[in-house]
Design a protein around this ligand. Structure first.
Ligand SMILES: NC(=O)c1ccc[n+]([C@@H]2O[C@H](COP(=O)([O-])OP(=O)(O)OC[C@H]3O[C@@H](n4cnc5c(N)ncnc54)[C@H](OP(=O)(O)O)[C@@H]3O)[C@@H](O)[C@H]2O)c1
Length: 295
């Protein structure tokens, strides 16, 4: 598997397997299939509720732990220094590992500075090999990259041909932050897998629209973590290293940019309120609400 070198020298596979919306029942089988297909980067999160199954699959696979680049993410209700530190140690227990390759702060809300300090400390203790963020738009990314002690090494954001994040990527490049695409297919929204431009380019190379999309990400220098529960699609999605898109094809895909999220914007206050509700709902009873002033 090809790798990129992060700002701290750690090598990260350019293509991995994401397990968002993979049910706990199916997750172990899916991760075993992904490892058998050759994936060596696994992307989970505390909020996916399947860390235990990812850990079990790694154990059962027989693939040496050091061959796998394992990512998890800290959820907002565990932000603040103490809670974030405890939650990462808990993630390690669930994942049955004594170190993590990459830990990201999942969302740019609440006390992310406190949480980030916990990541810095665990990084310095050698328990995490690289640290970063997710869904940090340029303003928050530049803020954290400038005022934190250790600059984030990765930022995982929504990127696909209909939302290319060209401006955000420029800021990541400027600060030496590796861009990683979540929903590299935009979950297929807007008819991405049937897009005539992507399909036509694919036909020329004997590839599917999905493979063209992944190749386009890789040629832009973006790490991808496509998700599929189907072994044949897992194999299709990793089979993108034997062809190259021309400059003209890259430009044609560049022209598909609609410059807006296929999901939601983290800068929309309604979305922030939705996250606050989510955090409140998941908070253990008796520990108080995340927001009290406006209730
Ligand atoms: N940091 C964040 O906030 C965040 C948010 C979202 C996602 N993520 C990460 O990014 C990963 C990927 O994102 P995602 O799962 O949301 O979306 P995605 O990878 O863009 O798309 C997944 C969807 O595409 C289908 N699919 C996969 N390969 C295909 C192919 N070759 N042809 C046709 N359909 C195909 C899958 O269906 P089947 O499974 O039925 O094949 C699934 O419905 C997640 O698993 C997670 O690790 C992170």
């Amino acid at each position: 598997m090809e790798t990129v070198t992060l700002s701290n020298g750690v090598k990260m596979p350019v293509l991995g397997y994401g397990v968002y919306q993979v049910t706990p029942e199916e997750c172990e089988r899916c991760v075993l299939d992904a490892l058998a297909a050759g994936y060596r980067l696994l992307d989970t999160a505390q909020s996916y509720f399947n860390e235990e199954q990812v850990g079990s699959a790694i154990r059962r696979s027989g693939v040496p732990r050091e061959e796998i680049f394992l990512t998890t993410k800290v959820w907002v209700e565990h932000y603040g220094y103490e809670a974030a530190r405890a939650s990462v140690l808990e993630s390690m227990r669930k994942l049955k590992t004594d170190y993590l390759d990459l830990v990201l702060l999942h969302q740019p809300f609440a006390d992310y500075y406190g949480a980030y300090r916990a990541l810095e400390e665990l990084y310095e203790e050698g328990k995490i090999r690289a640290i970063g963020v997710s869904n940090f738009y340029p303003d928050r990314l530049v803020d954290l990259a400038s005022f934190a002690r250790i600059r984030p090494m990765v930022n995982q954001v929504e990127i696909h041909p209909y939302h290319q994040q060209q401006e955000a990527k420029r800021w990541m490049d400027k600060y030496g932050v590796q861009a990683e695409a979540w929903a590299p297919f935009g979950e297929g929204r807007g008819g991405l897998f049937q897009d005539p431009v992507l399909t036509e380019i694919g036909q020329k190379h004997g590839k599917t629209a999905a493979q063209v999309v992944l190749r386009w990400h890789l040629q832009r220098g973006v790490v991808v973590i496509p998700k599929s529960v189907r072994p044949e699609r897992m194999r299709e999605n990793i089979d993108v290293f034997d062809f190259a898109l021309s400059a003209e094809e890259m430009e044609r895909i560049g022209a598909l940019d609609q410059k807006r999220s296929a999901f939601f914007s983290h800068q929309d206050p309604n979305v922030v309120e939705w996250f606050v509700e989510l955090v409140d709902k998941r908070r253990p009873r008796g520990s108080g609400a995340a927001h009290t002033e406006n209730e």
